[in-house]
Design a protein around this ligand. Structure first.
Ligand code: UDP
Ligand code: MG
Length: 315
């Protein structure tokens, strides 16, 4: 195989993955040994409470290319990715799940497209094995809606499995967003973007670390950081209610049509709409509040495997 001088960084967020982490490392190292490029594996431990870190540290004795960034607590998947890419030094950076749902073989195709000139190569899921019907249907509806209400072109059926050129990573590292929605930010950055299709595998072991509450939070972050549509919706709902009530007033003036039930129904409907709008405005306000505190996005407790302890790109 022809030798390449490229270094590829792989970023893997890890949260309580003791059941899969060894197999993930073995699979990736076996994959890497057949590739012409050099690879570094950067595991970001997102405050795991199990043996994940100990197992990765053990693997570091065998494999010199494994690096670990350890958070002081659980900051969430999106921040783990955000931190991970800042610690990379590769010419290209791949982000993937630590549970082997994203098959390493797809990376070969991503590298090929990158060599052909694409600066972002995202993985497009053509099928999702072993995921609940609920997850698939909510994801399908969510991504389609998000696409309609944002001005940026967020590709459909795409998670965070993607390859990015160093240029893209450089731009992303400068974006210091609280509650980042990384896949949206990558679209926002632009550059030449291409896709490879792949079949998302079943998680090899353990359970999803994305309960419904985290899914909803991620979805809200996606919407509030890229769209003002919900705020405009409040305008429209208000306008519609006003038109409706004027119409109702006119009808009652002419026909005397007024029933208590209808009045009660409208009252509840309107109170509902008012609270909904208030909640939406609140979500945006809270984002502003969070950003205004200027806290660090995450706290790194420890790193290991890096040449110098502070390799983080501060640019
Ligand atoms: N993850 C994380 N922090 C969290 C939740 C998840 O770092 O708070 C990691 C997790 O270990 C995995 C990746 O993010 O490597 C995706 O999570 P998961 O596989 O549980 O999500 P799913 O594939 O079920 O959507
Ligand atoms: Mg997964």
């Amino acid at each position: 195989m022809e030798k390449s001088t490229d270094l590829i960084s792989v970023v893997l967020p890890v949260f309580n993955e003791e059941q899969v982490i060894e197999r993930t490392i073995d699979t990736l190292e076996a994959f890497i040994s057949n590739q012409p490029q050099k690879f570094e594996l950067i595991f970001v431990d997102d405050g795991s409470k199990d043996k994940s870190v100990a197992l990765i540290n053990e693997a570091q004795n065998l494999h010199r290319n494994i690096k670990v960034v350890q958070f002081s607590r659980n900051f969430g998947h999106q921040l783990a990715i955000t931190a991970g890419i800042r610690y990379t030094s590769g010419d290209a950076v791949v982000v993937m799940d630590a549970d082997l749902q994203d098959p390493p073989s797809v990376i070969v195709e991503m590298i090929k497209k990158w060599k052909e000139g694409a600066e972002v190569v995202y993985g497009k899921r053509v099928s999702r094995d072993g995921e609940t019907f609920f997850k698939k249907i909510t994801a399908a509806i969510f991504y389609r809606t998000l696409r309609k209400i944002t001005s940026i072109n967020i590709p459909l059926d795409t998670g965070d499995f993607r390859l990015m050129d160093r240029k893209v990573v450089h731009e992303l590292s400068k974006m210091n967003e609280t509650d980042p929605y990384v896949r949206g930010m990558v679209s926002w950055v632009g550059f030449n973007q291409a896709s490879v299709e792949y079949e998302r595998q079943e998680r090899i072991a353990g359970e999803s670390k994305y309960p419904l509450s985290k899914m909803i939070r991620l979805a809200m972050d996606g919407v509030t950081s890229f769209s003002a549509f919900p705020l405009q919706l409040a305008n429209w709902l208000g306008t519609l209610s006003i038109i409706f009530s004027i119409g109702y007033l006119i009808i009652t003036l002419f026909t005397g049509f007024k029933t208590l039930q209808f009045a009660v129904f409208s009252l509840f409907l309107l109170v509902g709409l008012v609270f909904l709008s208030l909640g939406l405005v609140g979500s945006y306000l809270y984002r502003i509040f969070e950003a205004s505190r200027k806290r660090p996005l995450y706290i790194v407790a420890k790193t290991s495997g890096f040449q110098s302890a502070t390799q983080e790109v501060h640019d």
